[in-house]
Design a protein around this ligand. Structure first.
Ligand code: BGC
Length: 399
């Protein structure tokens, strides 16, 4: 096939972040309180101080040729007390979004990225039957206050990951392990998404609203029919069935990180393309392609809202970007409507219970040097892609 490796016109290129992971001092949130009580070895503290240094971050993104950016606004700052919306936090986020707009970047705004206001969690958090209404009140406030500065709304980030970590595995606050709670929370998150979708659209029907969903994949290797059927079933469960309550959306936000390979019926990790530091996940671009092809059936625009790896030495990042974008390119060739790619993450951040060790940033944060921002080599490679709107081959790799 004769390929030019050009991406569609107006393709969006950029990176993603989330408030609690980079802003610092998110004192009115449930995570902050949990961290202070010893929930994690390394609390978020000042994080990357992006609450104050956001302009510096955005200027770097612009210099690296990004034309879009995903961030989250923090519910615990905007509504620190129940029903009381904070003017200065609202003004702050308006300023943040205006800065991006002035730099010519399209904005993706997430309303919930794992953290909750303390008052909300004291009322039972996502187990409270009223939680969808609480969230929707906040979402509709944001739509009114930030509306003209937002290009794409993401109601909730990875409801499946949040519910799983907080209510099944018990790693994140409120650290429960209870199947009934898990199902209840999942139901409330879906209800919150659907209700807030309607409310945001009521404010302006032209707003583009979706969510960012974590798609886990399985890929069968070998000849076993049983293995193949098991793999298909797992993909149906993880990419279709569990996702189905969230289908009220104008686009699909895809967060993709890994694929489990399955030989016969045994799952394993294939490290052919390298390994994530600390997480131990494999770099798995093939499953990404399978997923995008699978999502074609929904007939909706797709944005890759997260894709990346932890790699402090920047050993695999270039190759990983290349291979993942090759999967995106091939999926587009097959008619999948992918319209943007946002790398996770712009800068090294606070990686939840892992602390600061995993390094996902295109830009390194020197924690011992006043949080200095230093773009990694891979950031310059990605910048070439963003500028040319074309998949730039790796020096030592041919396709
Ligand atoms: C989350 C991010 C997180 C990333 C890497 C995603 O599931 O949305 O907040 O930093 O994975 O762990």
């Amino acid at each position: 096939m004769n390929r030019n490796f050009n991406f569609p016109k107006k393709f969006l290129w950029g990176a993603s972040t989330s408030a609690h992971q980079i802003e610092g001092n998110n004192v009115n949130s449930d995570w902050w309180q949990w961290e202070q009580k010893g929930g994690v070895k390394e609390p978020s503290g000042i994080a990357c101080d992006s609450y104050n240094r956001f302009k510096e971050d955005f200027l770097l993104a612009r210099k690296l040729n990004h034309n879009s950016h995903r961030l989250s606004v923090e519910w615990a700052r905007i509504e620190p007390k129940e029903g009381r919306f904070d003017k200065s936090a609202t003004k702050h986020y308006q300023e943040v979004l205006k800065t991006l707009k002035k730099l010519g970047l399209k904005t993706f705004v997430t309303l919930h990225h794992f953290t909750n206001p303390l008052w909300f969690s004291k009322k039972g958090g996502w187990e409270n039957p009223k939680s969808p209404e609480f969230f929707t009140r906040y979402a509709s406030y944001c739509a009114k206050e930030f509306g003209n500065l937002v290009d794409y709304w993401i109601t909730i980030n990875e409801p499946n990951v949040y519910a799983n970590e907080s209510f099944l595995k018990g790693t994140w606050p409120p650290q429960k392990r209870n199947l009934i709670s898990l199902i209840n929370v999942y139901y409330n998150l879906a209800k919150a998404h659907n209700l807030s979708y309607d409310e945001i659209k009521k404010i302006n029907n032209n707003f583009m609203v979706g969510l960012a969903y974590h798609f886990l994949r399985f890929r069968h290797e070998g000849r076993s029919i049983l293995g193949k059927n098991v793999t298909n079933l797992l993909n149906k469960i993880f990419s279709n069935f569990i996702y189905s309550p969230f289908k009220k959306s104008d686009f699909i936000g895809v967060n993709y990180y890994l694929t489990y390979k399955i030989k016969n019926i045994i799952p394993y990790f294939d490290y052919e393309h390298g390994k994530f530091e600390y997480f131990g996940w494999p770099i798995s671009p093939e499953g990404f392609y399978d997923l995008l092809i699978d999502l074609k059936k929904y007939q909706k625009p797709i944005f890759i809202t997260e894709s990346g790896l932890s790699d402090s030495k920047d050993k695999y990042r270039k190759k990983s970007i290349y291979l993942h974008l090759l999967s995106v390119y091939k999926a587009i060739e097959k008619g999948v409507d992918v319209r943007g790619y946002l790398h996770w993450s712009l800068i090294d951040n606070w990686e939840w219970h892992w602390g600061f060790k995993p390094r996902f940033g295109l830009i390194e944060i020197e924690r011992k040097n006043n949080l200095k921002r230093i773009p990694r080599k891979s950031a310059y490679y990605f910048a070439k892609i963003c500028k040319s709107n074309k998949l730039v081959p790796l020096d030592n790799m041919h396709t």
